[in-house]
Design a protein around this ligand. Structure first.
Ligand SMILES: [Zn+2]
Length: 159
């Protein structure tokens, strides 16, 4: 929707055109993302970029440090288990179709790392999820990985 006007005080006074724009766009994973996904695909290991000057690690990895703005100069393996920081349930698909079973999504944070990963949570009754619960990724078999976030099938509680 595009609104064109000035000095209008209510929505009904705006002149609007309603329509849809068939836009499509692509993101590259970038230099840092490419390295992250390469590690995930080839080694099955989560990695973080690390600013040695600030002693801060980032996941998702950043090519530049958010604290000092210097280019990131090192990488560290992240312990694959993290903790559940937050979660929610989706009852519909992105296109509005009702799901028979809700999908659980969670934010997993990792010790010593700034940031975290949002991913699907599975292999647990959502009612039993607790904040801070230790979670680990379930990866695709190596020969099926493509170097994408979907190489992680889901996160599940560490047993
Ligand atoms: Zn820094």
């Amino acid at each position: 929707m595009v609104a064109i006007s000035g000095n209008k005080s209510s929505e009904g006074e705006f002149r609007v055109w309603r329509g849809k724009l068939p836009l499509e766009h692509r993101y590259t994973s970038g230099v840092a993302g490419q390295r992250f996904f390469g590690s995930l695909k080839n080694r099955g290991v989560l990695i973080a970029s690390r600013c040695s000057k600030c002693d801060v690690s980032y996941l998702p990895p950043r090519p530049y440090c958010e604290s000092c703005y210097e280019a990131i100069d090192s990488w560290v393996d992240v312990k694959n288990s993290g903790s559940l920081y937050s979660h929610t349930l989706a009852f519909e698909t992105r296109k509005g179709r009702t799901l028979k079973t809700p999908i659980v999504f969670g934010l997993i944070r990792f010790e010593g790392v700034r940031g975290g990963l949002v991913h699907r949570i599975s292999a647990v009754d959502p009612k039993k999820l607790t904040f801070g619960m230790k979670m680990e990724p379930k990866l695709k078999p190596k020969n099926q990985r493509t170097g994408s976030i979907n190489d992680i099938l889901f996160f599940r509680p560490v047993v």
